[in-house]
Design a protein around this ligand. Sequence first.
Ligand code: NAD
Length: 452
Amino acid sequence: MRVAIIGTGYVGLTTGVCLAFMGHTVSCLDSDEAKIKALWEGKIPIFEPFLEEVFHEALVNLTFTSTYAEAIPEAEVVFIAVGTPPTPSGAPNLEFLSQAARSIGQHITRDFVVVVNKSTVPIGSGNWVDSLLREAVASRADRSAVQFAVASNPEFLREGSALHDSLYPDRIVIGADEPRALEVLYTLYRPILDQTFTPPNFLPRPETVGAVPLLSTDLASAELIKYAANAFLALKISFINEIGLVAERVGANISEVGRGIGLDSRIGPRFLSAGIGWGGSCFGKDTAALIATAGEYGLHLPIVEAAKKINSRQRDRVVEKLLNELKILKGRTVGLLGLAFKPNTDDLREAPAIEIAQKLIDRGVRVKAHDPIAMEKFEQVYGKMGVQLCQNAEQVVEDCDAVVLVTEWNDYRELDWETLAKKMRAPLILDGRHTLDREKLTRAGVRYVSLS
Ligand SMILES: NC(=O)c1ccc[n+]([C@@H]2O[C@H](COP(=O)([O-])OP(=O)(O)OC[C@H]3O[C@@H](n4cnc5c(N)ncnc54)[C@H](O)[C@@H]3O)[C@@H](O)[C@H]2O)c1
């Protein structure tokens, strides 16, 4: 099928590349011309494991453009995957979405096109995009043959394993009020739903993966599923962090408590690691948007609100713990291991490291940091914000009064703390992710502290 993807960020580019890998002809469109130029040159503008490899295998089916007139007229399916960043009120900024919808409406020509909201958008956005498309089409002289339907196809990929999640998803949700739209998307996704494609050598199909469930719903249900899923994951993390406070007071081990809870098949083991809490572009934004949407209907969501508060408190607890250990923060040097909001991505949006660094700098601390992948992006986005960037963990720990493990990159699990401890002014580690081996560190002469 012929597909256009609007927005070539983490979601749009991954979706475009995977659909091209399935044999569809895909035009990736982005208003950022530098991204499009890079893609034509074979350069991937984001870090995502295996994206480059799948991209090269699918290249024969891919084109890139910044021009709607090039991407849209031939397309049978148009995905909108533009950003929906938060506004101060918590409601998402829908400016990019509305620009994209209007531009699509100005250029669709086929007798039936499915326009798909893949961006995470508030409930009711399907109807809104439909009205924007209608207005744009109505303003054209050549509108007679054009027909379209809007569908919602929320994205559940996780940055850091986006390719795996797109090829082997837990489920595909399609919200559509028009049956023809569902038929078109069923055909588009069939190789993934039936798992009939030949997997790339470097991303083999897990043995446990069979046919992928397709959940077909109305538009509003699909939109709500996305927000409810993210809110649930966010509150699972905040729940274990709240229990972590109790564990700390009563002398229990929160990692063992998390394991003990998660072995209950009704609960499941994932998202039960206590620590600094969530970051990234989705959980914070999507919980805020859900609260804002509920507010429009006069509803309060105390559980989701509490999850947000607890998450923000975890950042403060890093500073409190350091204060508790070091007594005076002014004039101290603190090293941060990890800047990206989680391992295996270069994404710094709402990364805890940024907030923690700022809180420490505000208290007169000299902050040093390292990240295996995200340092270049950090410099591009934040300048240096007063943080000394280091080439490796060895440089970070040098002359530090404390080191905080912020992002649980694998590289940091393997560090030789016997050697590193000698380079620190005071060998103190605050393990923000319950990831390091407490006994090994203690044997190496490091004082090991965790958040709970
Ligand atoms: N990143 C994730 O893990 C993830 C997961 C699920 C859902 N989502 C949702 O998917 C959407 C996209 O997220 P992302 O992380 O890929 O964002 P992103 O910021 O990485 O990418 C968005 C892209 O859209 C482009 N763009 C903006 N306006 C445009 C326009 N009018 N025309 C063409 N291009 C335009 C931008 O230049 C950018 O490249 C968001 O709604 C997000 O909430 C993200």
